[in-house]
Write a protein that binds this ligand. Sequence first.
Ligand SMILES: [Zn+2]
Length: 123
Amino acid sequence: MIGSARPVTQAGATRTCPHCRATILESAVICPGCKHHLRFDKDARIAAAAATKTAWQVEGTLDAERMDAASEYAILVVVRNERNEEVARQVVNVGALQGAERRTFTLSIEMSEARPIASLRRR
Ligand SMILES: [Zn+2]
């Protein structure tokens, strides 16, 4: 296409959420970690309406194994690239369960198309 000179967002560029300090996408309108809105302008509303889809989600439940003793757990998330190289590893929660105690965990991956940075920074 001729004349398409709008600068494109550096896809995957990150920033720190001012509310929860998580590393999030620069293009995020709502922090996926703490759910705080990060931008309120007209372009943000348009951006929020843009297609963000849940590409993948899994939910599981972890029950205590015994009534008479606690079992410890660690929930670990590991991300690998196309060459199977580890690019991220994070322990998101640890604890102990006993008796009727239970933890339910949900892991979801949200994806959206990178948007032109001009529409993000104007005003
Ligand atoms: Zn946040």
